[in-house]
Design a protein around this ligand. Structure first.
Ligand SMILES: [Zn+2]
Length: 340
């Protein structure tokens, strides 16, 4: 028995997958957007199960408060301030070296989402916000790629797979969703077991799709609360004829300007400013060093400013201003140190 059959033997013994399904997984290419709590669990399942290529994108870096639920990271990643995509790659490579891994340290926007979906068979949602989810939903339906939605906050979670031409889309179901009226992991918290469950529901629907088990594909939105032991399955309605995405083909999230220049990162006293398309980090270390305490790793540059705020620069052009929720204040700091 060769290594491959050894590695996947228990999964291949599961009749609905078998040897043929295993081969299909090996030919499959998946994109995971967001490598936080959901994304790390999703990536663990998909890489261990032998998906051929896993591309994963995240804009953030590992912090101590992530470790309670973001299963791939450890204290060393947080100490080094490693980007999540880079830290995840190290762990995933050690888990299964057969899988092609494509880490992307970037913000997913209308400007780059279609490029990220190039050559991809399925997209899995590891994000924490509806702006990015609707962007993924629209890009997936435009390209005819399934989108596996998942969300978790507090002890509650939701999940569904949306398949163009076969099911409604996320916009049909949750068009007016605004992120549970501002309730996010950063404001009301989240416990890790619900994250595992939601990501596992996502992973199993992804695997069903990739092995071609369309009869087994779930056609419902599942809602659960693991603290209250509640589970509810809402059967999909028919796609809405007037849905701007799957009915009218307008894909509204793709029409907005890709560079939303200033965003408050909720609950974190951080404003993200994205006005440049790239930053040479070594050059910026030299420029900022006379005025601030700077430290550089291969992915990001931090600068502790005399004003009390901190800047974090990424090579994709993003700058985080930490220590304020005030966009005007953040722009002032940005103009002072980075300019326009
Ligand atoms: Zn729709």
């Amino acid at each position: 028995m060769n290594d491959k059959y050894e590695r996947y033997s228990r999964q291949m013994l599961f009749a609905p997958i078998g040897a043929a399904g295993q081969e299909r997984l090996a030919q499959s290419r998946v994109l995971i957007v967001g490598m936080g709590a959901l994304g790390t669990v999703l990536a663990g399942h998909l890489v261990r199960s032998g998906v051929g290529l896993v591309r994963f994108a995240d804009r953030d870096y590992v912090e101590l408060s992530n470790l309670q639920r973001q299963m791939l990271y450890d204290e060393e990643d947080a100490r080094q301030g490693y980007p999540k995509a880079a830290a995840a790659e190290r762990k995933l490579r050690a888990i299964n070296s057969d899988v092609r891994l494509e880490p992307v340290v970037a913000d997913v926007t209308a400007g780059n989402v279609e490029r990220l979906l190039d050559g991809i068979d399925l997209v899995a949602d590891g994000t924490d916000n509806f702006t990015t989810r609707f962007l993924l939903n629209d890009a997936c339906f435009k390209k005819g790629i399934p989108f596996v939605y998942g969300g978790a906050v507090s002890s509650r979670g939701m999940s569904a797979i949306f398949v163009p031409g076969r099911t409604p889309c996320l916009r049909c179901l949750l068009e007016h969703e605004d992120g549970s009226a501002g309730q996010t992991c950063d404001t009301i918290g989240v416990i890790s077991p619900v994250v595992d469950m939601v990501a596992s529901y996502q992973a199993v629907e992804a695997i069903k799709y990739l092995v071609g088990a369309s009869d087994a594909q779930r056609r419902s939105l599942v809602t659960m609360d693991v603290w209250r032991t509640y589970y509810y399955e809402m059967k999909f309605p028919a796609p809405r004829h007037d849905c701007p995405t799957c009915g009218l083909g307008q894909y509204p999230a793709l029409q907005v300007d890709g560079r939303n220049t200033a965003t408050t990162l909720c609950g974190r006293e951080t404003v993200q400013i994205h006005e440049r398309s790239s930053l040479d980090l070594a050059e910026w270390r030299d420029r900022l060093a006379p005025a601030a305490a700077v430290s550089l790793n291969p992915f990001l540059l931090r600068a502790q400013l005399p004003e009390g705020e901190r800047l974090v620069l990424f090579s994709d052009g993003r700058v985080l201003v930490q220590g304020t929720d005030d966009v005007v204040r953040a722009r002032t700091i940005y103009a002072r140190y980075i300019g326009h």
